[in-house]
Design a protein. Structure first.
Length: 600
């Protein structure tokens, strides 16, 4: 999984170097093991190196660059071969006739590599991608023109790919996609391509989402999309209504903090036009008349799986049978789904390979598939029967924050519509959540808690009911950006083993809201750890007496269990953020991780 960008400027177009570096900075969330560009201007000029984009920028011979109007770029998350200069993209053929960037995995690359090696090709990298420029060069040497050589080479590939290529000798970028995202951009004085819209939103909001199997040719004067048969395809141009500012940090030190602070706006956007306070009705016209007639199965990974757990409980409480699977563990041979089933993939990016595989399996047995996603035009959005957009806006930080809140909210809407159980009270509670989150953002003492406990041996999180997925999410956020051991537990499970782990150096975060049965039981669990000298941080609305047993309190406004879990999670996001900040971690780009995991 990687990010790719391409640009072809017209006569008065921008400098390709500037466009590519700009775009790559917006795509680094897709991977940052290495970065590279190829500028085409009477020859191909490749610059690439291991490390983040900043390393490439410092290595560029700026005095010799500038003025080029055509180029491609890449930011890498390693799959085949470790991060290294040689494994960085773009890759070229031996004569540097063509340079290629690629996102995805070429499954038959070993066979192709063996064949090319037998034919005398000397490979420079360990990557699967490098077979592509060599194949293209092979067909050029056989006499095919640029486009025919590109198409013929691509036809030899099996796997997932978004590929862009520039040639020595022609002012064009050629591109294709299959099961990896690729978006085209159209501006007055140039054409763009990118793995995602933020790559070029600064230059244009006019986009075309390329479909699987479609090719694109970008030249200074035209953008042509063709099908597998080579015929031109009429495509529709869509207008993106994101503010380019949305893709910047807007004065925050990190995207993560910006995105945490965007949650009130994100949720208002999620609710826009969908809630009717007078009647309590919730309208999700995107789902049409879809009503499950049996089990609803959620598939998702990471944070999205935690949201899927919330969705499962919401449906179960409303009398609709539901189950959630980690997408990587979902196996349609073991889980009975058929053409009567509804399978919901929860995925922020809409590109996660594990989730896509599960959704494709569900499609193959004729189940009705639904994507709950943030990214318009993503693979999940395109390959499922129905799509529910969470409308959180672009999320750049690898750690998912605002999209989790929006997923929880969107799934609350979905569960209400699926179960036909409307309530004015719920609509009012949902409407109140953005302001409640704002009050938490304005008053939180999470930073002090982080300062007190940073450097602890481990962090534990407990909760029951809707607060259990939030406990898991709190721990995921903490480990992801602080690199410290953190674990979330169903509060009742603590006594069945994990209690052996707690010590004076392992603060425990307990999410307790309301004063009902679940709160009482969680307080009993809190007492069990408190009695062992473990520091307790209570995330609470003050309705129960949990504060009596807590060393610190992180306050949330009183609300129902499901909506208070959305708000309580914000306190845990802030604790993780400020703890990572204490350590000086690479918060937006934690080590070894990438935003969008497009490999299984
Ligand atoms: C969470 O902070 C991570 N970024 C990760 O767990 C993520 O939620 C997971 O990879 C699933 O991604 P998706 O929602 O884009 O499918």
């Amino acid at each position: 999984m990687c990010g790719i960008i391409g640009y072809v400027g017209a006569e008065h177009g921008d400098d390709a170097l500037e466009v590519l570096l700009d775009g790559l900075s917006q795509l680094e969330y897709r991977g940052y093991d290495s970065a590279g560009i190829a500028l085409a201007d009477g020859g191909i000029n490749v610059h690439k190196c291991q490390g983040e984009l900043s390393a490439l920028k410092s290595a560029l011979p700026m005095e010799r660059l500038g003025g080029e109007k055509i180029g491609i770029g890449h930011t890498r998350w390693s799959t085949h071969g470790p991060p290294s200069d040689a494994n960085s993209h773009p890759h070229t053929d031996m004569d540097e006739q063509v340079a290629v960037v690629h996102n995805g995995i070429i499954e038959n690359y070993q066979q192709l590599r063996d064949d090319l090696t037998d034919a005398g090709v000397e490979f420079q990298s360990d990557t699967d991608t490098e077979v592509v420029p060599h194949l293209i060069a092979h067909y050029r040497d056989e006499g095919l023109d640029y486009e025919a050589a590109f198409r013929t080479a691509i036809n030899r590939l099996e796997g997932s790919y978004a590929i862009a290529a520039v040639f020595d000798g022609i002012e064009a970028v050629y591109a294709v996609r299959n099961e990896s995202p690729l978006v085209l951009g159209i501006a007055d004085d140039g054409y763009f391509l990118g793995s995602d819209v933020p790559a070029f939103i600064k230059y244009t909001d006019q986009v075309i989402y390329l479909e699987d199997g479609q090719f694109a040719r970008l030249t200074p004067t035209e953008l042509v999309v063709t099908g597998e048969n080579g015929r031109t395809i009429e495509t529709s141009i869509e207008t993106i209504n994101w503010d380019p500012e949305d893709a910047g940090k807007s004065g925050y030190d990190h995207y993560m903090l910006k995105e945490i602070n965007e949650q009130p706006t994100a949720l208002r956007e999620c609710f826009r036009g969908r809630l009717d306070e007078l009647t309590g009705r919730i309208e999700l016209s995107e789902l049409g008349a879809l009503k499950p007639d049996g089990m609803v199965t959620f598939v998702a990974c990471g944070t999205s799986y935690h949201a899927a757990m919330v969705g499962t409980r919401l449906l179960q409480e409303r009398g609709v049978p539901a189950q959630a699977f980690l997408a990587s563990e979902f196996d349609s041979d073991a889980v009975p789904i058929d053409s009567e089933s509804v399978v919901v993939g929860v995925t922020q990016s809409g590109e996660t390979a594990d989730t896509m595989r599960a959704l494709r399996e569900a499609n193959s047995v004729g189940a009705t598939t639904v994507a709950v996603t943030n990214v318009v035009g993503s693979s999940a959005a395109r390959e499922t029967d129905e799509v529910l957009y969470i409308r959180a806006g672009p999320e750049i930080s690898v750690a998912a924050t605002k999209t989790f809140a929006s997923q929880q909210a969107a799934l609350t809407l979905l569960a209400t519509v699926f179960s036909d159980q409307y309530s004015r009270k719920l609509v009012q509670e949902l409407r109140a959540v953005p302001d409640q989150i704002q009050s938490v953002l304005d008053t939180s003492s999470a930073r002090e808690v982080a300062e007190t406990y940073h450097g602890s041996d481990a962090y534990f999180f407990i909760g029951r009911g809707y607060h259990y997925p939030v406990a898991l999410e709190g721990a995921l956020k903490m480990k992801e950006i602080t690199y410290t051991h953190a674990e979330g537990f169903a509060a009742g499970e603590l006594k069945h083993g994990p209690l052996a782990l707690v010590s004076e150096d392992t603060p425990i975060f307990a999410i307790v809201t309301g004063d009902g049965r679940l709160a009482e039981k969680t307080i009993s669990n809190v007492k069990e750890v408190e009695a062992r000298g473990t520091p307790v941080v209570a995330v609470t609305d003050g309705e129960s007496n949990v504060e009596r047993y807590a060393d610190h309190v992180l306050k949330v406004p009183a609300s129902s269990a499901v909506t208070s879990s959305i708000v309580a999670n914000v306190q845990l996001q802030l604790v993780a953020y400020w703890t990572a900040n204490e350590f000086g971690r690479s918060i937006d780009k934690p080590r070894n991780l990438a935003k969008s995991v497009t490999v299984e």
